[in-house]
Design a protein around this ligand. Structure first.
Ligand code: GAR
Length: 215
């Protein structure tokens, strides 16, 4: 795939950026149809910014506290993303709710990864919630973002075993490994134009041999 046809993607982060790293690595492959055009963090000094710099990707620190409300903040995100010609947005550990100001600018083009098998355990500390509940499987979900929290149409899910009573950190790491497989796969489907939605159901024109779930 030549550089001209690579679809520019913006990645929003708040932290260490291991999912960002998985996306950067996938986009560095010679046949990648996507390229990361900008990485935006709402928190300064996070390790994800360093990962982006190492990969030669432009970074922007956009502290949400610099803006009076969510919409003004999201308008700032939109102008930053547009300045980098972004066509798809990936929330990779971006711990903020987004508003229609962002979603209307990128309709059905904002992806999020969440560390649970949605609709179970939306919100903060999903892995801790699953662990405390005693589930025997856990996992991760990539979905299109809407205004609800961890709510939009599900695109793909990855399942991992969970041991009731295990340390939550081991569960977190197991889910994270799954996230790193899942997110690049779905981003590729997205930029290849394989995703359509009907209400809250997504239809995906899957590449041969691929499925919407991983184990
Ligand atoms: C990931 O586990 C991601 O699924 C989660 O934050 C972590 C970020 O890790 N996101 C959410 O909980 C969103 N609701 P990373 O910075 O190493 O990619």
């Amino acid at each position: 795939m030549g550089e001209l046809s690579e679809v520019p993607v913006g990645v929003l982060i708040s932290g260490s950026g291991t999912n960002l790293q998985a996306l950067l690595d996938a986009c560095a492959e010679p046949d990648s149809p996507a390229k990361i055009a900008v990485v935006i963090s709402n928190r300064p000094g996070v390790y994800g910014l360093e990962r982006a710099r190492e990969a030669g990707v432009p970074t922007v620190v956009a502290p949400h506290r610099d803006h009076p409300d969510r919409r003004t903040y999201d308008a700032h995100l939109v102008s930053t993303l547009r300045a980098h010609h972004v066509q798809w947005v990936a929330l990779a550990g971006f711990m903020r709710l987004v508003t229609s100001t962002l979603l209307d600018a990128f309709p059905q083009r904002v992806l999020n990864i969440h560390p649970s098998l949605l609709p179970a355990f939306p919100g903060l500390d999903a892995q801790g919630q699953a662990n405390a509940y005693g589930t025997t499987v856990a996992g991760a979900t990539v979905h299109l973002v809407d205004e609800g929290m961890d709510h939009g149409p599900i695109l793909a899910q990855g399942v991992v075993p969970a041991e009731p009573g295990e340390p939550v950190e081991t569960l977190k790491q197991r889910i994270l490994q799954m996230e790193h497989r899942l997110f690049p796969m779905v981003l590729r489907w997205a930029v290849e134009g394989r995703i359509q939605t009907e209400g809250r159901l997504a239809r995906i024109d899957l590449p041969p041999g691929q499925r919407r779930w991983l184990i």
